[in-house]
Every structure is written in C-alpha cells, then in structure tokens.
Design a protein around this ligand. Structure first.
Ligand code: 6LW
Length: 527
C-alpha cells in the first residue's frame, strides 16, 4: 500500500486550505508578517507537493508595516467557482487583550498563478473567513466573531452572511450559526455540502497542544447545526507520544475517484514542547459513515505520521537545489521579506550581477522597514551558508547571516566595524527580547573581500562558523546556541510562525551600506 508521509508541507505552513480543481490539488497556507502573502502549493497525488506561487505580492493588497509579530495574514481560504479562484484572508494588525484590529479581504484570479486582483474589503468582525459557493449560485462568508459585548472580546462563535459578488459587498442578515462544542475557542470555519447536508468544519481548543477539529452539520445553510456525536474528528490532545502534535485547523477535499482527505495543521515538538519549525501541514485519509459523519480512515481521533495514499498515479516533483547562486532575474519562491515586498530600492539582483545586494536599513527589531530576505527552516538538521561582501565603516553598519523567529527571538552572525580592530564578526542574539553580544571580544576578519558565514542547526542547538581569505578552513565562532526560544511555544504571547534562515543588512545611519551575498546554501542534514 502506498503511503503519504506527514508533514506534507514541512516547516511553517499553517492553517491549510485544500482545494481540488479537476485533477489539480492546491493548498493555501498562512504567512503572517512574512511577504509575499499566502503560499500556495500544488500536487497531482496529494503526496508530492511543489510551490505554486503567492497571491499577495503588492502593498495595495497587503501592507503590513507596523503589524505586530505573528500578525498579518492569518488562515487564508482558497476556493474555485466557474473558472475563478477566490482567496479570502485576514490582515491582523494588532491582537492584545481587548485590542483586536483585524480586517478581512477577498482577491480573485483566473489561475492560481494570477494575475490576482486588488482586494475587496469584507468585514472586521473576527478572523478565519472563508467563502462557500452554494449550488444555487449564491455565495456566503463564514468567519469567527469576537464577542464585542464583553471585556477582552473572547470568541463568540461562527457567523454567516451572504456575499453579493456583483456589488462586491456582504449583504443581508448576519447569522450566528454555530457556537461550538464544549471544547470552545471555535474558529477556522469551512463549509461543505454533501448529500443534502451542510457540513461545517471548525478548529477548536486553541492552536496549541489542546487543538482539535470538530464537525457539525445542518439541513439548511443557516442551521441549526448539530455537533458530530463523536467529536472531535481530529486531535492530538492527551497523547504526547504522537509524532504530529497540535492537530487541528483542517479543510476537506475529495479525489476524482471519490476518496476523501483532510489537510490539517500540526507541530513536531523538540524536547516535548518546542516546535521550532512552526506549525506544518499534514494530511489524513477520511471516510464517511453510513449515517453521514466523517471519520479518520484509520479509526480514532489521532493524526498518523503516515496515511494511505489515494488511488492516483504518483507525480514526483523536483528536489530543491542546495544552492541559490542569485543568477536569476527574480528572487526564487522560497524567499520572503518582513511586512513589505522585497523591492529594488533595498534588495536587488541587478546592482551586482550574480549577487543578492541588500542595502542597510532598520534593526532586526523593527516592525517597519527591515532589509532581510529569508526562507523557512524546513528540517530539524540543516546547514545554511552564505558569502557576504561588505565594508562597514562603523558600528552602525552590519550585514550577515540570520536565524530569525521574530523581533524578540533571533541570532545574527554579521560583519561590522570595530574602532580598534577594523572589520570584525559579531554574533548578536535576542532571547525573549533580551539582547546579548555572544562574541566578546568580536572576531577580527580579513579587512577586504568576501567572508563566508555558516550555521549548523541540529535540532535544539546550533553553531555558527566563518571562513575568509586568512583562514585555512571553517572556524567555529562562540558557543553552541539554543534554538528552542525560536518557537511558538517559548513565550506566552500570540505566536504563530516558525524559524527562518537568511541574509540581512542594517545601516542605522541612513547611509545605506551595500552588502553583496554571492550565494545561499540550504543543505539538509537529516534523512
Ligand atoms: C488561525 C486560527 C488558528 O487563524 O490559529 O489553529 C490562528 N488555528 O484558526 C493562526 O494560525
């Protein structure tokens, strides 16, 4: 029997919205404060997936300057009707106590690769909106709503409202259709229709170790919805031995042969707690009971690390190359910037051919204009390596290799300038927002030319290295550093992303120092 190994999208790929159009499967996932917004992957067999593009590529669609950490794009919903793709998404500006500032939008396109439209504003009542296309041609938006009647605005349930596509607005009454099971924190609604029933899938229990997915159904779209008597459909709670923890936030798809699958988020903790790779996408085969409820095909409620593959021909995809040597015209699909697009005013492949040039901007703690380009860490064991050519003139100028969770938690090996030593290397680290210079005194390096920087990440620790014209081989720098603080689980705040690795450049003085990166390697060190 052919099996699918979970996760199918390793590294930070949360809140999967799965869709089939003909023989093509798509999954859209959340990107939070990282640009471009939303990642779409494509597959023909549910087993082999490749990146297929990001719909939100310009600030007219998404401007996240100033957004909080783990704000931005939450839980997109991808759907298709009559030749058009619909993508619904939330831009979360702030979430803190009663301070809830999040807005829901729709963009459309004739193909997943675009061109994607300008956004249509929908509402600001909550998050996790999704669009349902009913058989009669009417469209409905469902989303969770905050309870604005009480103090900290807790979750009130799922509301439904019709969407008038021609007018581009929501219309008619807003109906509370489901207040959730007793698990509560009901969110992530997706509606489906099958055999005369409307099925409402919701995430519950919060997106951590208590997470779950629950199904409810009704004969009419506005309810009353009856909870599955054997809820939840899926959860990892109470079972710390499972490979895939935090299972929940799911969506449903059928194959051309009539098999059914549930895509869902999950995390693989280190040391029983820290999901440094973020919340990833997994998939489970599901079946329908005779009385019309969904069940995991292998029985029970727990996610499996392997699930039975569908009866479809396998279509393999190319492996990602280890090296990006920046000889392309546009940045590859793996790369991301923080909050705003990577544009030539600070990030260029043209200014020095064969190099990625970054012009120095604000600090790694800025929520506005960072000069940082990074990709997801998708394996627990990997080596990242780059070569930077830069001539800092004082301590206000830096450039180098970054391992980054957010403004509070990151580690940064960089070249900078020291009054007595000239060009030096320093490792700057922040843990929970507390700043530490790891290399004291800083390490002097060749005063001119490129310096190679590397980091070996091995599960819960990592080690930086460097090599330059004056060193015979790679030299370790500083102590082995902990990686677990770069996870959703290391702080009580709202934290939803994962670890990134990449390149950055700062110039606090406004002189816009240039840093030229000749290549970037992402080398997988696990089987
Ligand atoms: C998402 C919500 C959730 O919007 O976490 O796990 C939030 N579920 O549905 C962020 O991913």
């Amino acid at each position: 029997m052919s099996m699918i190994t979970n996760p199918i999208l390793p590294g930070f790929h949360a809140d999967p919205s799965i869709l089939r159009v003909g023989e093509d499967f798509y999954i859209a996932t959340s990107t939070f404060e990282w640009f471009p917004g939303v990642r779409i992957h494509h597959s023909r067999d549910l087993k082999n997936w490749s990146f297929a593009g990001s719909p939100l590529t310009r600030t007219s669609q998404l401007d996240m300057k100033g957004n909080m950490n783990s704000g931005g794009v939450w839980a997109p919903d991808l759907s298709w009707h009559d030749g058009t793709f619909y993508l619904i998404y939330t831009d979360v500006k702030q979430w803190h106590g009663a301070y809830k500032d999040a807005h829901n939008y729709l963009v459309t396109a004739p193909a997943v690769t675009g061109p994607w439209s300008e956004p249509v504003y929908l509402n600001s009542s909550g998050f996790d909106p999704s669009l349902f296309h009913d058989d009669d041609g009417r469209k409905y938006l469902v989303n969770m709503v905050w309870d604005y009647r009480s103090g900290n605005h807790p979750f009130a349930g799922i509301v439904l409202q019709e969407f008038d596509e021609e007018a581009g607005t929501l219309t008619g009454p807003i109906k509370m259709i489901y207040e959730g099971s007793d698990i509560q924190m009901t969110e992530g609604p997706h509606l489906y229709k099958k055999d005369g029933w409307y099925y409402l899938l919701v995430a519950e229990g919060g997106t951590e170790y208590e997470h779950a997915e629950t199904v409810a159904r009704a004969k009419t779209i506005d309810g009353p919805y009856e909870t599955d008597p054997h809820y939840p459909l899926l959860t990892s709670r109470g079972n710390p031995d499972l490979t895939i923890q935090k299972a929940g936030h799911a969506s449903l798809v059928d194959t051309p042969n009539g098999e059914w699958y549930l895509a869902h988020l999950g995390g693989r903790p280190l040391n029983g707690k820290y999901c440094t790779l973020g919340r990833e996408t997994s998939i489970q085969k599901v079946v329908w009971t005779d009385d019309g409820w969904l069940r995991l095909a292998h029985g029970g409620h727990f996610p499996q690390a392997e699930t039975e593959a569908p009866d479809l021909p396998e279509v393999k995809v190319d492996k990602e190359p280890v090296r990006d040597d920046f000889n392309t015209d546009v940045l590859g699909g793996a790369w991301n910037s923080l909050r705003i697009p990577a544009d030539p005013s600070w990030c260029s492949l043209d200014d020095r051919p064969g190099h990625l040039r970054l012009y120095g901007r604000e600090s790694l703690s800025s929520v506005h204009h960072q000069s940082l380009v990074a990709r997801r860490q998708t394996h627990f064991a990997c080596r990242v390596q780059t070569s930077v050519d830069s001539a800092p003139e004082d301590f206000q100028q830096k450039a180098g290799l970054v391992v980054y969770y957010d403004t509070e938690d990151h580690a940064y090996l960089h070249v900078t300038h020291h009054e007595e030593k000239g060009r030096v290397l320093q490792i700057l680290r922040t843990v929970g927002g507390s700043y530490e210079e790891v290399l004291l005194p800083p390490q002097r390096v060749a005063q001119n030319g490129p310096v190679e920087l590397a980091c070996d990440i091995h599960y819960d620790t990592m080690q930086f290295f460097y090599r330059d014209a004056e060193t015979a081989d790679w030299q370790p720098l500083g102590k082995r550093l902990d990686t677990t603080h770069m996870s959703d689980d290391s702080a009580p705040d709202v934290r939803f992303t994962g670890t990134f690795v990449g390149m950055a450049c700062q110039d606090y003085s406004g002189r816009r120092m240039a840093a030229d990166f000749d290549y970037f390697d992402y080398d997988i060190k696990e089987s």
